[in-house]
Every structure is written in structure tokens, then in C-alpha cells.
Design a protein around this ligand. Structure first.
Ligand code: SF4
Length: 429
């Protein structure tokens, strides 16, 4: 690995102060319930009970699709017409459903009551319900709540809301506990294991992850805790952790070789890891990753890309695609722009990149059609119509279901963008 200085962010040429087109029109996004699909695989003794309608049940069942096996760890308690008309006591019914569920599934240690549009419309107070049920079920089961409602949210906010609900539950570390590192954001287990090995090679051994794999392993925090955000959509979780005294380490996100290097380097600096130790810890995986990404770059260099706002991963992805695959960024949309958490990313985007926040879907579709990008990244609802119009598309939600962070996944991430173009080229032959 060449010196890290070679890939340091160059603020002067970035988009830190660039103007952003703000749109507040009709939006095409999934709701926060979608996060259950990857979160239930991560916290292995948790259960997600959506308190919602048949629509909510259909959404998570179809999003989970093939992943449903014998005993799924999510379900929907359906609010029906009697509940909506105020003819039934929803709290009594909810208590009955939860009691039955926990009797049948004694392995559940953490139960999330997940709010939805219908539960919000009838003003069902799930936080009181969670407190009541937690008292009844304690200590065997902890009951928490968060909202996955689609009103004014986007789908990755479901993870933010879920992790934020865990923050008050995190134990307090002893005052004299040595500094430790908290990685915040759901990562695939394989990625988490790789990161842990890399931190260990740097000499950083006191590392924990939020969410943990088991609910009993909630990490203890203190003002000595330093956090690295692993996902760019954790505004509320980050804010609550900072309120509890945790220090956020500013860094780009661990996507691509460059992002991963700088993300790890932020921890190395905070824990005073010698540069030579850092360089040797990352040398082999970074080199392997760079070589694999270079093969994909041959196919992607010069290709243009347009991103609709959907996952909130758009800005870090655009930075990776522009700087490591030499792609041309036409418009990068994001549902929300958290300037603080994305500061390093914005500095690294090519100057002049068109950024948009929020959505007015018809106008954005017009801009996309005019630009005729080689590849369009968007939600499922827009992908099929755009394909029918002749544009190659990539579903942004796939990026949340696939391990994409870290050195060893960088080429897989690049491949995800290359695949639709390769498929199209084959179909044309
Ligand atoms: S929470 Fe709202 S947006 Fe999401 S599936 Fe249920 S009704 Fe639809």
C-alpha cells in the first residue's frame, strides 16, 4: 500500500460548500419497516412485531421474499377495522398477541414493537405499551419500540430509529475504563469479523458493535468511548450517543478502498496507532481489494450515473464510483443531507457534482431522461418503468442487503454497478 497521504481528501476541489437542489414534492421511497429485513438477521435473539395493517404485512413479507424460513423473527399484529373504529382496546389485544408470541418463542430476548402509519394514525402509544410489557416480561425479555412509519421517512431511517431505541439501554462503562471504540450501524457478520481483525492488527482490541449479535451483549459506553459510524443514515442514533458523551470520529464511510482506509485511519489516529503499524495492518487487504476493483474499473470508466434519492448511501457511493471507478456523476440525489456526518464525503466528491436533496419525482425523472445516463440507481418502483424506457437500472435497496463495506467487499460493490451494464451488453449481442 502506498502512503495514505496519496488518497487524503482534497477539500479544495470537493463539494463541501456546493449548492444543493432542494425538492419537496412527491417521493418514491420505501418506508422504515424495510430495515427489519436486515436487522432481524443481525440481532439473533430479537423479534420485530410490526403493529400495522395488511399493507405493512405484505410489504415486509414481499421484501423478505425468499428469506422467510421456518420461524421468521418478524411478524405483523394487524390493526383491523374494529381497532380503527375504536371498538376494541388495542392495548389489550397487543398484550394478548405479545404474551402468546413469547410463550411460543422462548428464545426471544428482545422484542421491538414497530410502529407504522396505521398505528400512528390511531395514536396507539407504543412507547407506553413497550414499558408496560417490559415490566411484565422482565428480566426474561426486554421490550422496546420505534417507528417504521412511512410518513415523512425513508427506508434506512428504520435502522436509525431501531438503533436509537437501543441507546438508552446501553450500560454505563466504569469511569476509569480505558478508551474503547464503538462501531455504529448494522454490518454483515463477515464484514464485522474483518473489521475486528483489522482493528486488532492495529492494536485496538476494545471494540464493540451496535447493534450487537445478541441482545445481552449491548456495549457499555462512557465519555471515553469513541464511535465510528459505519452507515451514513444514523442521524438520530449518532445524536443520542453524543448526548451520552460518546465522541464521533469524523471519517468517510467504509465503502471502497479509499473510504475503508480513511475510516480505519480515523480510528488509528484517535487511538494513537503508529503509522507503520497502521500501514502494515491494512497493506495486504487493501492491495488485494485495489487489484480486484481495478478489473471492474476497466468496464466502468467514463460511464455516466444518475442516482435517485433512496437509501441515503448515495453520496458515499458516488464518491466511490467517481474516484475509484472513474464514473461520471450526473446527479446525486439523497433523501436527506446530514452535512456533519457527510462532511468528509462531500469534500471528496468531484467539484461541480450536481447534488439534490428530497424529491419531486416527475421533475427528477425528466432530468434523468434528458441526461440518458448509462446507469440509474433508484428504488424498485422506478426501476421497471425506466428499464422499459431503455435505461439500465440498479435497485438501491440491494446495497443494503449485500455486504459492501470493507476492503474485501470493494470489488463486489463495484460489480453490483457493473452487472446491469454487462447484462444489457449481452442482451444487445
Ligand atoms: S408503515 Fe405505512 S408506508 Fe409502511 S407499509 Fe405500513 S402503511 Fe405502508
Amino acid at each position: 500500500m502506498d502512503g495514505i497521504a496519496a488518497i487524503a481528501p482534497q477539500a479544495a476541489s470537493g463539494c463541501g460548500d456546493a449548492p444543493v437542489l432542494k425538492e419537496r414534492g412527491q417521493r418514491e421511497v420505501f418506508c422504515g419497516l424495510t430495515g427489519i429485513i436486515w436487522l432481524h438477521r443481525k440481532i439473533q435473539d430479537a423479534f420485530f412485531l410490526v403493529v400495522g395493517s395488511r399493507t405493512c404485512a405484505h410489504l415486509i413479507q414481499s421484501a423478505a421474499g425468499v428469506m422467510i424460513f421456518a420461524e421468521p423473527r418478524f411478524a405483523t399484529a394487524i390493526i383491523d377495522e374494529r381497532d380503527l373504529a375504536g371498538l376494541a382496546d388495542c392495548n389489550d389485544e397487543l398484550d394478548r398477541v405479545v404474551t402468546r408470541l413469547l410463550q411460543r418463542r422462548p428464545e426471544i430476548k428482545l422484542l421491538f414493537l414497530v410502529g407504522s402509519c396505521p398505528s400512528e394514525v390511531i395514536k396507539l402509544d407504543l412507547s407506553r405499551a413497550a414499558q408496560r410489557l417490559s415490566r411484565q416480561m422482565s428480566p426474561a425479555v426486554r421490550v422496546l419500540n420505534y417507528s417504521g412509519s412511512g410518513i415523512e421517512t425513508t427506508f434506512t431511517q428504520g435502522e436509525d430509529a431501531c438503533l436509537a431505541s437501543l441507546v438508552p439501554e446501553l450500560p454505563v462503562a466504569a469511569d476509569d475504563a480505558p478508551a474503547d471504540l464503538l462501531v455504529v450501524g448494522a454490518l454483515a457478520d463477515v464484514v464485522e469479523d474483518q473489521m475486528r481483525r483489522l482493528f486488532s492488527a492495529m492494536g485496538i482490541e476494545r471494540v464493540s458493535f451496535l447493534p450487537p449479535r445478541r441482545s445481552g451483549d449491548l456495549p457499555a459506553i462512557s465519555p471515553n468511548t469513541k464511535m465510528l459510524l459505519a452507515q451514513p443514515f444514523l442521524a438520530e442514533t449518532g445524536r443520542m450517543l453524543e448526548e451520552r458523551g460518546v465522541t464521533r470520529l469524523a471519517a468517510p464511510f467504509p465503502l471502497g478502498i479509499e473510504g475503508t482506509t480513511l475510516w480505519l485511519q480515523a480510528a488509528a489516529k484517535a487511538f494513537a496507532v503508529p503509522q507503520s503499524t497502521f500501514d502494515s495492518a491494512i497493506a495486504a487487504p487493501a492491495r488485494r481489494g485495489s487489484e480486484a476493483v481495478a478489473k471492474v474499473r476497466e468496464q466502468m470508466a467514463g460511464k455516466s450515473i444518475f442516482m435517485f434519492p433512496d437509501s441515503q448511501l448515495e453520496i458515499p457511493l458516488a464518491r466511490f464510483l467517481a474516484r475509484e471507478l472513474d464514473m461520471k456523476l450526473i446527479e446525486i440525489g439523497t433523501p436527506y443531507l446530514h452535512r456533519q456526518h457527510l462532511a468528509s464525503e462531500l469534500d471528496m466528491l468531484p467539484a461541480g457534482t450536481m447534488l439534490s436533496e428530497g424529491q419531486d419525482v416527475e421533475r427528477q425523472l425528466d432530468r434523468c431522461r434528458d441526461a440518458k445516463p448509462d446507469l440509474t440507481v433508484c428504488g424498485l418502483g422506478l426501476a421497471n418503468p425506466l428499464e422499459a424506457e431503455g435505461l439500465a437500472t440498479k435497485w438501491s435497496i440491494e446495497l443494503l442487503f449485500t455486504p459492501i463495506q470493507g476492503f474485501d467487499q470493494a470489488a463486489d460493490l463495484a460489480e453490483l454497478f457493473a452487472r446491469p451494464l454487462v447484462r444489457r451488453a449481452k442482451l444487445r449481442v
